[in-house]
Design a protein around this ligand. Structure first.
Ligand SMILES: [Zn+2]
Ligand SMILES: [Zn+2]
Length: 345
């Protein structure tokens, strides 16, 4: 049970839609005994509701980012309320909506957050204390507070909490040992974790508690909820820039601050994109000028490649793959970011 239509076809269908959609996310750590069975039933019921998105199901729980038609939203709510696993789950709504997904994917995974840590290194019965965005906002300003970004560097590059520690991690697997190292000696401080929607902090906080950190807090609902509550209650946002998201929107703007730079010319810019050369598909930041000059490509060579006639491109694909593989060794951004969206949490 899965969708086999091409992206072009899906986009056409999407453009014909006469209703709006809401981008919603949720997660839950809980034991799912038969993930495959649960996956199939979830796929069926969500497909009937014309829901798009990406859902991971594992023994340890579920993580979902979805796009729900407004006209079936009530049905969606009653469907999840009848599901013993999803009942009363906290839904988070995007701040900036728009085209987020074009089809539904429900995938069985080993873990919903792949930190690559061993099961004895954390205990999900001992996780950090959840703070509401308002409480978190207050707490991070108190003495002995440390703020830690639990996301990878390309996410914090475009948006982060002021004064946060932002690990230089390319992969989730590198993140936890890196953070534990950076925090060594601060076991008695108030550690404030945050991530996009909260799911990564659950496991990360359990890991840090096991490592001896005494006071670990997590931002409930993550940056997504913080941005919603900031609007609702009108406090000053201490998160600046953009919230990177793992769907076609790429990011939600939270404040007007532009924190990053174009990877090609160095001017201030914070728009991520994937290189237009499909074989490359590198995720990088590009300013509008460079987007024009390079035709949305990450380099002159990728631009030359996309300018070749289609048949030439096909013929040269093998050569192009080899070229990109050799570049992996020399380009700072390319090796770790290729195919990023697929691995995202
Ligand atoms: Zn530029
Ligand atoms: Zn490229």
């Amino acid at each position: 049970m899965y969708n086999k239509k091409s992206r072009e076809q899906l986009l056409k269908e999407y453009q014909k839609e006469t209703f709006l959609r809401k981008t919603v996310s949720f997660y839950k750590y809980c034991t799912i005994k038969n993930p495959q069975e649960y996956r199939d039933s979830l796929y069926q019921s969500f497909e009937q509701l014309n829901i798009f998105g990406r859902i991971y199901v594992a023994n340890e729980g579920i993580n979902a980012q979805i796009s729900v038609p407004e006209n079936t939203f009530e049905l969606f709510l009653s469907t999840i309320n009848q599901d013993p696993i999803l009942q009363a789950i906290q839904l988070k709504f995007a701040v900036e909506d728009g085209l987020s997904f074009l089809k539904l994917k429900v995938i069985v995974k080993k873990e919903i957050v792949a930190y690559g840590i061993k099961s004895h290194e954390y205990d999900m019965n001992h996780t950090g204390k959840h703070l509401t965005p308002v409480e978190y906002n207050q707490s991070i300003q108190e003495k002995d507070s440390v703020i830690v970004d639990m996301r990878n560097y390309y996410e914090s590059e475009v948006g982060r909490f002021q004064n946060a520690i932002t690990p230089d991690a390319h992969f989730s697997k590198e993140l936890l040992p890196m953070v534990a190292n950076q925090l060594a000696g601060q076991e008695d401080k108030k550690i404030h974790l945050y991530c996009t929607g909260g799911i990564r902090c659950e496991k990360a906080s359990a890991y840090l508690i096991q490592k001896g950190f005494k006071e670990v807090y997590q931002l409930g609902g993550g940056i997504i909820q913080y941005a919603q509550d900031q609007k609702k209650y009108g406090f000053k946002s201490q998160f600046i820039g953009k919230n990177f998201v793992f769907d076609d929107r790429m990011s939600e703007r939270i404040t007007e601050h532009v924190l990053a730079h174009c990877h090609q010319c160095g001017t201030k810019a914070d728009s991520h994109k994937n290189c237009a050369n499909q074989t490359c598909h590198l995720l990088f930041i590009q300013c509008e000028n460079c987007a024009q000059n390079y035709q949305d490509c990450c380099s002159k060579s990728c631009q030359e490649f996309v300018c070749l006639p289609k048949e030439e491109q096909l013929k040269n694909r093998e050569f192009e793959n080899k070229r990109l593989t050799s570049l992996k060794l020399s380009t700072k951004f390319r090796p770790k970011l290729k195919g990023l969206q697929k691995n995202a949490v």
